[in-house]
Ligand binder design. Structure first.
Ligand code: PEP
Ligand code: MN
Length: 464
C-alpha cells in the first residue's frame, strides 16, 4: 500500500529536486539492483550534473494524459479497441525535423484510418516517437575491419559514426534527447490538434502518394468512401468534435534509467509518481529480468507500461511480471507486447495467453511482428520480409481467435519515407534493392507503402 503524507514539500534526492506532496514511495530502489544495457559513462560527475539539470526540466507529458491513455488501454483490455503503436526503431537527433515527424504522423494516421474504417474498431494511436533515442544491443562492442569500438546505443548515449570519439557515451546527449523529444512532441501535438488530423483531410494525407503505389490507390478508394460517409453525417446534422482532432500518445523503451528516473515526478493531484518522459514506456526483451532494475523502476511509476515478451518467455515468467508490474490488476496498466517470430508464434503464444487468462489477469495483448523476423541479407543489411511480418500478425489473430481472447493491437517499426529496408510489398523491394535507401541506424523499418499494406491486412483480419 502507498501511504501519502498530504503536505506539499520539496525534497532532495541525489540532488534532484522534487516538488509536490511527499509520498513514502521510494523511487530509488532500482539503484540497488542489476541494470542491464546501461552505458559505461566515462564521467560520473558530468552524468550527475546532467541528471540534476534534467530533474528541473518541465514535464513532457502530464499525469492526467497518462491516465487517459490508461483508460483507452483498459478498453483494449476489454476487447473494445485496438492499439496502433509505431515509429522508428531508433529516433535520431538529426531526424527530428518537421518533414520527418509529419511524414511519420501522416502514415500513422493513414494506417489508423484504414483500421478504423475497414476494421470498424476504435484505434488507440501511440507513436514510438518523441523519446525513442536509446537502444539495447546484443553485443557491447562492434568490430569492423579488425577495429573494435563500443556499440552504438542510440543518440541518447553515443554517436552512430564508427569513430572512438563518436562512440564515447556522452551524458550531454541525455539533455539533447529531452529537447528533441520536446520539439517532436510539440509538433505532434500541433499536427494532431491543429486541423491537420481533421478527418476531412483524409485525401490530403495521401496526396503525394496516391498515384505511385497500389497501397496509395487502395487508400484513395477508402478515403472517397469516408468522404461520402462524412457528407451523409453532416447532412444529418452531425459534426462531432472527434472528427476534427486526434488523440495521440508518445512512447519509448524505458532503457536508460538515469534519464527516466530524472524525469519521474510526483503528480500534484494524486501524490503518485509518473515518468513524464512519455505517456507510455515499455521494458524491452533484454531488460525484463524480474529481479532487475528496469522492472523495479517500472513497478513504481503509474504510467501505462508495456513489456516485450520473446519466444523463450515461460508462462510462469509472464505471471511473475504481471504480479510485479500490476499487482492491483488494474486494466490498462499493463500491455504485453509479444514478439515471437512468424515461425514460432502459433506454438509459443497459446500457452502464455492461456495461463495469463486463466489467472484472471487484465492485460492488453499487442503483437510486435518485427523483432522476431529479422535476418541478414547477403549484402550484409539487416532486413525483414513483409510476408513474415504479415504471417506473424495472422498467427497472432489465429491464436487469440482460437482462445477467445482479444488481439489487442500491433507494435511496429515504420517510417513515413520511401526507404528500402524491409523486402516485399506493393513495390516489391527485393534484397538487391536494400542499398538504395537504407537509412535506419538500427532495425529495418517498413516504408509508407508497406505500412499501409499491413494496415489493410490487419483490418481484414480484425473483421474476419
Ligand atoms: C525494439 O523495440 O527496438 C527492441 C529492441 O525490441 P525487443 O526489446 O523486443 O528486442
Ligand atoms: Mn528495433
Amino acid at each position: 500500500m502507498i501511504s501519502i503524507r498530504g503536505r506539499v514539500a520539496v525534497r532532495m534526492e541525489r540532488g534532484a529536486i522534487r516538488y509536490g506532496p511527499v509520498s513514502t514511495i521510494d523511487l530509488d530502489t532500482w539503484r540497488h539492483l542489476p541494470a542491464a544495457q546501461q552505458p559505461d559513462w566515462p564521467d560520473r560527475a558530468e552524468l550527475d550534473r546532467v541528471v540534476r539539470e534534467l530533474a528541473t526540466m518541465p514535464p513532457l507529458v502530464f499525469a492526467g494524459e497518462c491516465d487517459q491513455l490508461k483508460e483507452r488501454l483498459a478498453a483494449v483490455t476489454r476487447g473494445e479497441a485496438f492499439v496502433l503503436q509505431g515509429g522508428d526503431c531508433a529516433e535520431t537527433f538529426s531526424g527530428a525535423t518537421a518533414d520527418n515527424v509529419r511524414n511519420k504522423l501522416k502514415t500513422l494516421l493513414q494506417m489508423a484510418i484504414v483500421l478504423t474504417y475497414a476494421g470498424r474498431v476504435p484505434v488507440v494511436k501511440i507513436g514510438r516517437m518523441a523519446g525513442q533515442f536509446a537502444k539495447p544491443r546484443s553485443k557491447p562492442v562492434e568490430v569492423r575491419d579488425g577495429v573494435e569500438l563500443p556499440a552504438y546505443r542510440g543518440d541518447m548515449v553515443n554517436g552512430f559514426d564508427f569513430t572512438a570519439e563518436a562512440r564515447r557515451p556522452d551524458p550531454a546527449r541525455l539533455l539533447r534527447a529531452y529537447h528533441c523529444s520536446a520539439a517532436t512532441l510539440n509538433l505532434a501535438r500541433a499536427f494532431t490538434k491543429g486541423g491537420y488530423a481533421d478527418l476531412r483531410q483524409v485525401h490530403a494525407w495521401n496526396q503525394d502518394f496516391v498515384a505511385e503505389s497500389p497501397a496509395g490507390q487502395r487508400y484513395e478508394r477508402l478515403a472517397r468512401e469516408i468522404d461520402q460517409a462524412l457528407a451523409f453525417i453532416k447532412a444529418c446534422g452531425g459534426d462531432p468534435s472527434e472528427f476534427h482532432t486526434v488523440e495521440f500518445y508518445s512512447s519509448h523503451e524505458a532503457l536508460i534509467l538515469e534519464y527516466e528516473s530524472a524525469l519521474t515526478r510526483i503528480d500534484s493531484r494524486t501524490g503518485l509518481p509518473y515518468d513524464v518522459s512519455a505517456h507510455m514506456v515499455w521494458i524491452g526483451e533484454r531488460t525484463r529480468q524480474l529481479d532487475g532494475a528496469h522492472v523495479e523502476f517500472a513497478s513504481k511509476i503509474r504510467n501505462p507500461i508495456g513489456v516485450k515478451l520473446g519466444p523463450t518467455t515461460t508462462p510462469e515468467e509472464a505471471l511473475a511480471l504481471i504480479e510485479k508490474l500490476n499487482p492491483e490488476n488494474e486494466p490498462g496498466r499493463l500491455t504485453l507486447i509479444t514478439r515471437m517470430g512468424a515461425k514460432k508464434i502459433r506454438d509459443v503464444l497459446p500457452p502464455l495467453v492461456e495461463k495469463v487468462t486463466a489467472n484472471g489477469a487484465a492485460v492488453a495483448w499487442v503483437c510486435d511482428p518485427m523483432h522476431g523476423n529479422t535476418f541478414e541479407a547477403p549484402s550484409g543489411h539487416k532486413t525483414r520480409r513483409l510476408d513474415d511480418i504479415l504471417d506473424e500478425v495472422a498467427g497472432f489473430f489465429e491464436v487469440h481467435h482460437a482462445l477467445g481472447t482479444h488481439p489487442g493491437g500491433i507494435h511496429i517499426e515504420f517510417t513515413g519515407d520511401d526507404v528500402t529496408e524491409c523486402v516485399g510489398g506493393g513495390h516489391e523491394i527485393v534484397e538487391e534493392d536494400l542499398a538504395l535507401r537504407y537509412e535506419t541506424t538500427c532495425d529495418p523499418r517498413l516504408n509508407r507503402s508497406q505500412s499501409l499494406d499491413l494496415a489493410f491486412r490487419v483490418a481484414e483480419l480484425y473483421r474476419a
